[in-house]
Design a protein around this ligand. Structure first.
Ligand SMILES: *Cc1c(COP(=O)(O)O)cnc(C)c1O
Length: 410
């Protein structure tokens, strides 16, 4: 096995509990939708889904109907969590029809917002004789996925009425574009648009079971400006007899974005989260090079002293970003071997990387190497690769595996 992505159930559960504490309220707790799209941000959706079900999460969010079907199959039969298909249905009719069939046979809840998207689900549901539930996404200002409030929403609701025997509106939601912003201006404006949309949905006679809003930063951001958002969601849901819910992905896996600009202390969960994943491989071989030897493609690194290099069977094809390469003038990334840093030497190749183990003389072929985990984080990779930890995590290609023993304390 080239690399292993080890997932700690204990930490995943602790993160769920931290999120639930932040959402708790004696009269009106907000439920948690655990986002496991994109293969659970690289952690392995089929491994994480049963863990999250055991942690008592009522909803899971997947990318598409295919991912939803494999997640449903990975859950014990009759398992409680509902599964939301977070991306809208495919644009071509044949794929949309297949996705609708998968949704019905696997008890998946599609996200829809245009009248045409109702048709494949309505047809599949008519054949089955049972109404199928959907969630409606409202675009409140991100201009990405979802229907606009106003005429588009009215038209959708009228179409929905035509299909009332085959489709049931189970939930309505929106997504925030800038939830990590300390001033919360855009989020508050989006929330106001959402509140008006819900008012008109209720006025049109619909009574969805769930109202939900997005993301880890929405839950985490506790600046003075952002704090009212969760209470506004509670009030909004109560006003139409629905249950409030918040979606989180990154937080489940133990990460959260810093507030923008950062305000240490103004967070609800940031300080409690623990990374869930350890990405590991083993040393293929160890060799020595003399001073003057050049390392890797384009010889970007020349040894200025005798060095011992360890070869790793991992490269950018596995998600080890090429930006972590080094030259003799510029440090790149590093890996951890026996608890010590081994710097990456020269260019990272497609499937191979060399690291400097001159300072760790006892390293041998077969030794474990930590690529992400204790001593090097997904955030470190993101900083070196000029991107966000999301892109690092969902780009990882290794074999996911549940960690049975509790990990050592960090
Ligand atoms: C990905 C996604 C989330 C999760 O966002 P995090 O920042 O990872 O918590 C929530 N809602 C929607 C609609 C998403 O697309």
């Amino acid at each position: 096995m080239k690399s292993i992505i080890e997932v700690s159930e204990q930490r995943l559960r602790a993160n769920v509990q931290a999120l639930e504490r932040a959402l708790h309220h004696a009269d009106s707790p907000i439920a948690l939708l655990a986002v496991i799209k994109a293969n659970a941000y690289g952690h392995g959706a089929e491994i994480c889904a049963p863990m999250l079900a055991r942690a008592g999460v009522p909803w899971l969010g997947v990318t598409d109907a295919c991912e939803g079907a494999s997640v449903r199959a990975a859950l014990p039969a009759g398992s409680a969590p509902e599964i939301l298909i977070m991306s809208g249905p495919p644009g071509d009719d044949l794929s949309a029809r297949n996705a609708a069939d998968l949704a019905l046979s696997n008890r998946l809840t599609p996200v829809l917002w245009t009248p045409e998207q109702l048709i494949p689900i309505a047809e599949a549901a008519k054949l089955s004789g049972v109404a199928h539930q959907i969630h409606l996404e409202i675009d409140t200002g991100m201009s990405r996925q979802g229907g606009s409030p106003g005429q588009a929403l009215e038209t959708f609701l009228q179409e929905l009425n035509h299909h009332h025997q085959s489709i049931r509106l189970d939930g309505v939601f929106t997504h925030f574009a800038s939830a990590e912003c300390a001033d919360a201006r855009q989020t508050l404006a989006q929330m106001s648009v959402f509140e008006k949309a819900i008012e008109s949905i209720a006025a049109a006679g619909h009574s969805p079971r769930w109202l939900h809003i997005g993301n880890t930063s929405t839950i985490d951001n506790a600046t003075e400006a952002a704090t009212p958002i969760l209470d506004r969601l509670r009030r909004l849901a109560a006003s139409i007899g629905a249950r409030p819910m918040a979606r989180s992905g990154l937080g489940l896996y133990g990460l959260s974005l810093p507030l923008e600009p950062d305000q240490p202390g103004a967070t609800r969960i940031h300080q409690d989260l623990q990374p869930v994943l350890t990405w590991k491989t083993t040393v293929t071989s160890v060799h020595e090079i003399p001073p003057g030897a050049r390392v890797g493609y384009s010889a970007t690194f020349t040894a200025s002293r005798p060095m011992r290099l360890a070869l790793l069977p991992i490269g950018y094809a596995d998600g080890l970003r090429r930006d972590l390469s080094s030259t003799e003038a510029r440090m790149g990334g590093w890996v951890m071997i026996q608890g010590r840093r081994a710097p990456i030497v020269g260019r990272i190749s497609m499937n191979l990387t060399t690291v400097d183990v001159t300072g760790i003389p006892e390293v041998r072929r077969g030794d474990f190497v930590t690529l992400i985990g204790e001593g090097i984080s997904a955030e470190d990779h993101a900083r070196l690769a000029h991107t966000i930890p999301y892109e690092i995590l969902c780009g990882l290609r290794g074999t996911p595996r549940a960690l049975l023993l509790p990990p050592a304390p960090r």
